[in-house]
Design a protein around this ligand. Structure first.
Ligand code: HEM
Length: 532
């Protein structure tokens, strides 16, 4: 603006003065906000920790509270926070994400304290959040977590616990070594026996193509589909298959996007997760509407027993289906990925593949597995055991989360009621002190040392909520791999790199692969395997 214009146009002059006033006021305001933020940050992350050494140090933030890093790669953020905090990163420390404070326990000894404490650290609240996210009504969640009489009918309840708590004991009754587990193992073995048959695979080859004597399959897709079908069959018999033959595919669509549910994405951004989930729940509802005696095939004890318990609480079909959806999920989400990772590691380490095949040979007669428990015997099959452990160590992702219901001290640090404490299993699995400097390599030999009792070894969580399905999972994966290697030569097509894990996205157990990381394998019936 020229002097001439200013002098001759009072309106422009006034506007100019007003603009300068507002600008200087805004600058002042911005300055004051920044100053306040700086003072707050110095107080919160420098002075306060000095004055309160009993409280966990917090990884500092400005805004927006680590949300981006957490949602892209929470383990990466935790590693970064630990490095930043230096010596204090070895103690439990705090991390705030979108207003929620998590205390992180990265040391094995602290994680053991977390698992032991069932008084003031609650797992149930995490399960209840999942129930709500999947559509259970509040009154049903209340009913599931209200104490029941000690003399109620059905599963014994000597401590007068709620069905939500009793369910853990019912899982154990089904899944810990006992006749009930043997019944499931028998079903698994029979299913694998008929599934891994060249004629059967050729006939149904929906995931690959068959050519002359061999079959080509995308490994991740194939393992996933096979294991969900098997899990569904073993627990629910054939009825679910008859209700919706596309159910395993729908579950897989949901399961590959489960991170959207865990991060509570808004509905309009997560339809690709919620639509297939609704389909699985709808099929389960239809299943429970079929009168029990009309359900086809052998059904696991747990399914009928849980249904009886829930109906006794007056839970309707829709809520019953949602509750059972959690079980369907637990059965199917992790073993499908573990079998893939185990095969991927074996195919990339041919000597190990040969060792696995040789060690399991004694369990077979011809092409048939006649002594399935041999594979579960650590003394007789140490290689199988080491390969199983090493696969879980490298492909496990999950973290245990507990809600703090009363102020609690873990690792000498005071954790405040209302916040959460998190044990990141994956980081424990790379603890150099326990697993060695080469902890990032696949090296089953390391299991010659007695590591399975180490507190850094947490593929199945810990404490009261340790995964009850671990025996069945091991049985299913090792039996599938042994039978596959017995009957087929398995080779990778081309020379694919080792598949990339989708490490940045949360799952409740074993990692998925990154898009585009699946690779094809060729199954060729082995010459010496002369048939059925
Ligand atoms: C390799 C496969 C599997 C892995 C890595 C795995 C991992 C886990 C983990 C990390 C937990 C959470 C524990 C905690 O936070 O303390 C869990 C819980 C659970 N898993 Fe598994 N799991 C697998 C297979 C299975 C199978 C096949 C079943 C059922 C047949 C199953 C049933 C359960 C149940 C019922 C729970 C909840 C425990 C409770 O609170 O009662 N899991 N699993």
């Amino acid at each position: 603006m020229s002097l001439k214009t200013v002098f001759f146009d009072p309106v422009i002059l006034c506007a100019e003065l007003l603009e300068r006033y507002i600008r200087s006021d805004l600058t002042e305001l911005v300055f004051l906000i920044l100053l306040a933020l700086l003072i707050w940050r110095i107080w919160k992350f420098t002075l306060h920790p000095i004055l309160s050494p009993d409280q966990p140090k917090e990884y500092p933030y400005w805004i927006p509270w680590h949300a981006k890093a957490f949602f892209q790669d929470s383990n990466g953020l935790i590693t970064e926070a630990r490095r930043y905090l230096g010596h204090d990163g070895n103690q439990p420390f705090a991390l705030t994400v979108l207003g929620t404070t998590f205390y992180i326990a990265t040391q094995a000894k602290h994680s053991a304290q977390v698992y032991k404490n069932t008084e003031t650290l609650s797992f149930e609240s995490f399960v209840q959040t999942l129930m709500k996210a999947n559509g259970n009504d509040d009154d049903v969640i209340n009913a599931m977590y209200s104490a029941l009489p000690v003399d109620k009918r059905g599963f014994p309840n000597p401590q007068g616990e709620s069905l939500g708590v009793l369910a853990q004991k019912m899982h154990i009754h089904q899944l810990y070594p006992s006749e009930n587990l043997v019944a499931l193992q028998h079903q698994v073995k029979t299913w694998i026996d008929s599934y891994l048959d060249i004629d059967f695979l050729k006939a149904e080859c929906s995931h690959g193509y068959s050519k002359n004597s061999h079959i080509e399959l995308p490994l991740y897709q194939w393992c996933s589909n096979a294991f969900v079908r098997m899990g569904q069959h073993v627990y629910f018999g054939e009825t679910l298959d008859n209700i919706d033959p596309g159910l395993p595919s729908a579950f897989l669509e949901f399961d590959e996007r489960i991170w959207k549910m865990l991060y509570q994405y808004p509905g309009f951004l997560s339809r690709d997760m919620s639509v297939p989930r609704t389909r699985v729940i709808t099929s389960l509802r239809q299943y429970f509407q079929v009168p029990r005696k009309e359900r086809v095939g052998k059904v696991a004890w747990l399914i009928d027993a849980m249904e009886d318990e829930m109906r006794a609480l007056g839970i309707d079909d829709e809520n019953l289906a949602i509750l059972m959806f959690h079980l369907y999920f637990a059965i199917n989400t992790n073993t499908r990925k573990t079998v893939f990772w185990m095969l991927a590691y074996l195919l990339h380490n041919p000597q190990l593949l040969d060792a696995y095949r040789q060690e399991t040979e004694a369990a077979f007669s011809g092409g048939h597995l006649v002594d399935p428990l041999l594979l579960q015997n650590v003394e007789k099959c140490p290689q199988v055991d080491a390969i199983w452990n090493e696969t879980l160590r490298l492909s496990g992702w999950s973290a245990s989360v507990r809600l703090i219901t009363e102020d609690t001290i873990i690792g000498g640090k005071l954790m405040r009621k209302g916040n959460r404490v998190l044990v990141p299993h994956r980081l424990l699995h790379f603890d150099g002190n326990t697993f060695g400097e080469d902890a990032h390599d696949f090296r089953p030999e390391r299991w010659k040392k007695p590591l399975t009792r180490n507190a850094s070894w947490r593929p199945f969580g810990g404490g009261k909520t340790t995964c009850s399905g671990r025996f069945l999972a091991r049985f299913s994966v090792t039996t599938f791999v042994a039978t596959l290697l017995r009957r087929f030569d398995v080779e990778m097509k081309g020379n694919p790199p080792f598949p990339e894990a989708d490490e940045g996205r949360p799952v409740l157990g074993i990692m998925s692969i990154k898009k585009g990381s699946d690779f094809k394998v060729e199954l060729q019936p082995r010459v010496e395997f002369s048939g059925k």
